[in-house]
Structure formats: C-alpha cells, structure tokens
Design a protein around this ligand. Structure first.
Ligand code: ADP
Length: 179
C-alpha cells in the first residue's frame, strides 16, 4: 500500500545481503571498517570493493569516522544493488532517550538514497542487534521516521522502503507497527 509521500513500506523476512534493491542500508559502526551482524554480512557477500570505498572515506571526509545518526554511500560491490548506504545507529541506553539519533539514521539514509536517485531502499532493523535496542521500540522509531520523512518530501523519488527482518521476532515487531 502506498503511504505518505508516495512511499510504500514493505516487510520481508530474510537476509538483507540477498536482496535486490537500488540501495541497501548497512547498520555500520563509526569506524566504517567492518564489524559483526549486518555489517559483517554485507562486507562478506559484497566483497572487498565496499571496504576499499570505506577506507577512502576514512582517508578523506571522515577521518574520525562517521558520526552516529549520519549516513554515507559507497559502491555495493557484488551485492545486487547500486549503493550501500552506511549509517551508524546509537547504542541503546536505558537511562537516556537516544531515539532521535535512531530516527536520524533512517531519515538521513532515505535523504541520501533520494539524492542518489534510488527508487527502492532496503533497511535492516538498525541498532536492534549488538547495539541492544529493544525490537518493538526500534520498529516503532523506524517506521515513524520513514513515514515522517516521506510525508515531508525527504525521500526524493524513493517509491519503496523495504524492511528486511532477520528473524520472526523482528518481523512480528515491525508487523505490529506497520499494521
Ligand atoms: P547494530 O549494531 O546496529 O545493532 P546488528 O547488525 O548487530 O546492528 O543488528 C541489527 C539487526 O539486524 C538485528 O535485528 C539483527 O538480528 C539483524 N541482522 C543481522 N544480520 C542480518 C542480515 N544478514 N540481514 C538482515 N538483518 C540482519
């Protein structure tokens, strides 16, 4: 179903590295030099070109790394995509509300995807793995951020935002929010 700003939200259960999309979003860490979870899987399947691009970014604009809540694009290497958009989610903290930073990851990634000319964008559930964000809240923040950005024209020509959820629990959390 088409939502605000002409953007459809689609939920898929699976491995994000097996997706075909214009842009695949990586739940990166600020070093941009790889990690576990989605990040490790993207570099493994996408091959060394992605890391080479990340190293170039570290050597130029992002000498100190990519700040939390921001997004940057590289080649997608061997993935079935044109770009990987790397964004750094916040680590979940019980005593501090960092949800604006998590929303920023989705908003900035979508804005960049729009600027690049992407029509389909695949997102993982950012911060809900190693970074410890509770799934239901992570899903709520994700869907709201995408709807708000799309409604405000912040997604350019993006037509489909696909959340790629790794397991049943994550899928159900997103399903509960999208309805
Ligand atoms: P973060 O460090 O931002 O928490 P993770 O990669 O550890 O990032 O996890 C983010 C989410 O992505 C988790 O819900 C995790 O289960 C899921 N995930 C891990 N690997 C994949 C994959 N290959 N495709 C899609 N989702 C994945």
């Amino acid at each position: 179903m088409t939502g605000p700003g002409g953007v459809s939200i689609v939920l898929v259960r699976g491995d994000i590295t097996a997706q075909s999309a214009d842009a695949i979003v990586n739940a990166a860490n600020s070093s941009l030099l790889g990690g576990g979870g989605v990040d490790g899987a993207i570099h493994r399947r996408g091959g060394p070109e992605i890391l080479a691009d990340c190293r170039r970014l570290r050597a130029s604009h992002y000498g100190k790394g990519l700040p939390t809540g921001r997004a940057v694009a590289t080649t997608a290497g061997r993935l079935d995509a044109r770009w990987v958009i790397h964004t750094v989610g916040p680590v979940w903290q019980r005593d501090e509300d960092r949800s604006e930073l998590l929303a920023s990851c989705y908003r900035e990634s979508l804005r960049l995807a729009g600027e690049l000319g992407a029509r389909t964008v695949a997102f993982p559930a950012i911060s809900t793995g190693v970074y410890g964000w509770p799934l239901e809240d992570g899903a709520r923040v994700a869907v709201r951020a995408v709807r708000e950005a799309a409604g405000a024209g912040g997604a350019g020509g993006v037509e489909e935002v696909r959340f790629v959820l790794f397991d049943d629990e994550a899928y159900r959390a997103f399903e509960g929010v999208v309805g």
